[in-house]
Design a protein around this ligand. Sequence first.
Ligand code: ATP
Length: 244
Amino acid sequence: MVITLLSISDLSVRYGRSVKALHGVSFEVPEQTVVAVLGSNGAGKSTLLRAISGTLSLHRGEITSGTIHLDGTRIDRMDPASIVRRRLGQVPENRQVFGRMSVDENLRAGGLATEASRRAAARDAVLDLFPKLAERLSQPAGLLSGGEQQMLAIGRAMMGEPKVLLLDEPSLGLAPQIIERIGKVVSEINQRGTTVLLVEQNAMMALTVAHTAVVLEVGELKLRGDADELKRSEDIQRLYLGGH
Ligand code: ATP
C-alpha cells in the first residue's frame, strides 16, 4: 500500500490583498519518494514551501483555502515549531548556515528539536553521509565553500531525523559538478528512508533525482507526472531544459 506522507489539497495562498501566489494546488508526496517541484521565477515554489513549513505569516502571506496534511495530521493551521516537531525538515533557499558558528554547532542547532536520546545517532548518520563535514567540525561554517555550506544546511536539517525533507533550490549558484554531487546526496538520503520534496529551477538535476514531478506556472499546477516522462516531454524540454 502506498502511504501518502505529504498531501496538499486545493491550496491557495495570497500576500496582502492583491497578490495571489498559489491557486488551487493539489498533489501528493508518497512515502519513500522524491517529488520535484519545477517552475520559473515567481511561479510560487517558495510560497508552497512556506505554506508547508508554516512560515507564510513571516512573509505576510496567508492560506486562503485548502489543506496540508503531514503523515495524516492536518498542519496548515500549525506554527512552524509544532510542524518541525512532527518531523518536517527544511533546507532554506540560500542555505543560511550560521557563518560564525562552527560546523558542529550548526549541526547541533539542527538537532535541538530532536529527542535528546536520538541526537547522537542523528549526528553519526549525518557525519556518515557527509564525511567532509566530519573533517571540519570545529571550523566556522562561513569558511566553507558554497557547496560545502549546502551540504551543511542539508546535514543540519537531517539532524531532526525528518520524515519529509523540503529542499529549496539546493543547486542555486553552484557549479555543475557540485550540483551533481548534491543530486547524489539527495538520492542517498532518499535511499536511507527520507521522503523528499525538492524545489528546483535546475530541471535536469531535479528530474534525474526525482521519481515524480509537478510543474507550477504562475501559481497553478500545470503538469505532473513521472520524472523520466517529463524529462522527455517537449514542453519541459522547451521551457526548462534548453531544448527547442
Ligand atoms: P523564485 O524562484 O524567484 O523564488 P518562486 O517560484 O519561489 O520564485 P515565489 O517566491 O513563491 O515564487 O513567488 C510567487 C509570487 O508571489 C510572485 O508573484 C511573487 O512576487 C509573490 N510574492 C512572494 N513573496 C511575496 C511577499 N512576501 N509579498 C508579496 N508578494 C510576494
